[in-house]
Design a protein around this ligand. Sequence first.
Ligand SMILES: Cc1cc2nc3c(=O)[nH]c(=O)nc-3n(C[C@H](O)[C@H](O)[C@H](O)COP(=O)(O)O)c2cc1C
Length: 171
Amino acid sequence: MDLMDAIKQRYSCRAYQDKPVEADKLNTLFEAARLAPSARNSQDWRFVVVTNPETRNALQSAAANQPFVGQAPVVLAACSCTNKRMNLCAQPYASVNVSIALEHIALAAVSLGLATCWVGSFKPQQVRQILNIPTDITVVELMTLGYPADKGASQKRLKQNEIACYEKWEF
Ligand SMILES: Cc1cc2nc3c(=O)[nH]c(=O)nc-3n(C[C@H](O)[C@H](O)[C@H](O)COP(=O)(O)O)c2cc1C
């Protein structure tokens, strides 16, 4: 699939078919993550792949009880092992690196007929406890994954000239 097609087709999926995601597709997704760029090539992302229904339900509770979190056949807990390391630009390695890799996963998922939703509304301490994640690991985001059972509604987006200017700040 063409990259721009995958970008255009991706949407936040909040209803999934009751169908597992094949192991070879998961492998392709983690290959997409593995090849992502990261500050100083730190590759600090670590993913916990959750398919167990009871664990998914527990994650749903930790994620503001959003129903699609328990319903999705796979929930990824995207973590970073750089703890509080910062770039010179004062941005944390953890959230920047993990987010890049996670969006690689989201776009690769579209190319495989899968759908995803980023989940930032969750209590990290609770997720840490459920998944036995050590305290020096940052839980950056959750992502649901599976075959879609809904169709994405098109979301409003800003115009290009509202998000990019040339040579000097002109917003
Ligand atoms: C960092 C991040 C956190 C998000 N957290 C949630 C969430 O907790 N629950 C949810 O339903 N959607 C969540 N979303 C999805 C956004 O609401 C969605 O991307 C946005 O409304 C645009 O819609 P689209 O993804 O369908 O294009 C999150 C997205 C991002 C990037």
